[in-house]
Write a new protein. Structure first.
Length: 340
């Protein structure tokens, strides 16, 4: 069984959750003695593989699906679709799509149609949770039997963080709010900077800068400290363990790794309510919030700060799986599709 993991050519030029997912699954499959390879468009051919697993149905990856089908290679696609369960929006998008095709005499296609090509061409689709599965059915008309739910995982380092690593390296005390993620408007760090200033709390940002102009606006806040990308998993786990809480008030998320990492590290969390996570988040130390409501964001941050400075107050947390266990789930699906 020869497996190729394929992705957009530019994916690994930056850091983020999808990159972490891809590389973690690759590393764990390799440890399990699976014949797996990161597919190179320049040097590899799909005819040399039994199955290709394509990460992300968007970003023109339908071309990868087309090429794999030419060689009769089995195809699994991790959809990575933002949550959207609105029937109205599905009908609206379909109308726009038909109008563009009509006006352009079929010479133009929209991203959604290209994504549909990727999904329809796959032998199986992996969704990260029930919300993403519902979105695939409603927005793209995918048969539910084609969709398999496998969540993201976390590195084992996050289950037993060492607090002192982070505070010692950066000479930071433990009284701060942490935000981990690429810095650009979707992640909403500017709003978080404004609200944490009102609360009088230090804000630590970790992640790559995807929008420099946006970052320049954030830098004006003197209570904000930017630490760049932290690649060392032990150090990042220590950052979660040292923080008063993690805040992720993005416009939308699918299954954010930073939330799973914070859960594993026993860290209080304030996060957007617009996400596709299917694990039980109905716990007092994990708050979901409408990001358009600044007052509610501020109130929930203050509640977590008031009640969970002492981590011993966290008596229960959701179950988060390691990347090792997630890779084993992928391997089971690979074998199932190859045996069809």
């Amino acid at each position: 069984m020869k497996i190729a993991l394929a992705y957009s050519p530019f994916l690994l030029s930056r850091t983020g959750g999808l990159q972490e997912q891809l590389l973690s699954i690759y590393n764990e499959l390799y440890k399990l003695d699976v014949n797996v390879k990161l597919f190179s468009i320049d040097n590899d051919n799909f005819s040399n593989f039994d199955l290709v697993h394509i990460f992300d149905a968007e970003t023109c990856n339908f071309r990868l699906v087309e090429e794999a089908k030419k060689h009769n290679t089995k195809i699994i696609v991790s959809s990575i679709i933002a949550p959207n369960e609105s029937q109205y929006l599905a009908l609206r998008d379909d109308l726009i799509e038909k109008s563009v095709k009509l006006l352009s005499h079929n010479s133009l296609t929209l991203t959604k149609e290209q994504t549909r090509w990727s999904l329809n061409g796959a032998d199986a689709i992996i969704a990260l949770g029930e919300v993403e599965k519902n979105t695939l059915q409603i927005q793209y008309g995918i048969n539910k039997n084609k969709i398999h739910i496998i969540s993201n995982g976390v590195s084992n380092d996050f289950f037993s963080p060492i607090t002192a690593l982070f505070t010692k390296k950066y000479n930071i005390n433990k009284d701060f709010i942490l935000c981990v993620g690429s810095i650009y408007p979707l992640k909403n760090q500017l709003k978080l900077a404004e609200i944490t200033k009102e609360l009088g709390k230090k804000l630590i940002l970790v992640g790559d800068i995807r929008d420099q102009q946006y970052f320049e606006k954030i830098k004006r806040y003197t209570h904000v400290e930017y630490l760049g990308v932290i690649k060392d998993k032990n150090l990042l786990a220590s950052a979660y363990a040292s923080a008063s809480l993690l805040s992720l008030i993005s416009e939308h998320e699918i299954m954010p790794l930073v939330v799973l990492e914070a859960i594993a590290s026993n860290t209080p969390i304030l996060m957007t309510d617009n996400h596709s996570m299917s694990i039980d988040l109905n716990l007092d130390h994990i708050k979901e919030v409408d990001i358009s409501n600044d007052l509610k964001i501020k109130e929930q941050l203050q509640y977590l700060l008031d009640n969970y400075t002492n981590r011993s107050n966290i008596t229960r947390k959701p179950t988060v799986m390691s990347w090792t266990d997630i890779a084993k789930k992928h391997l089971i699906l690979y074998r199932k599709i190859l045996n069809q």
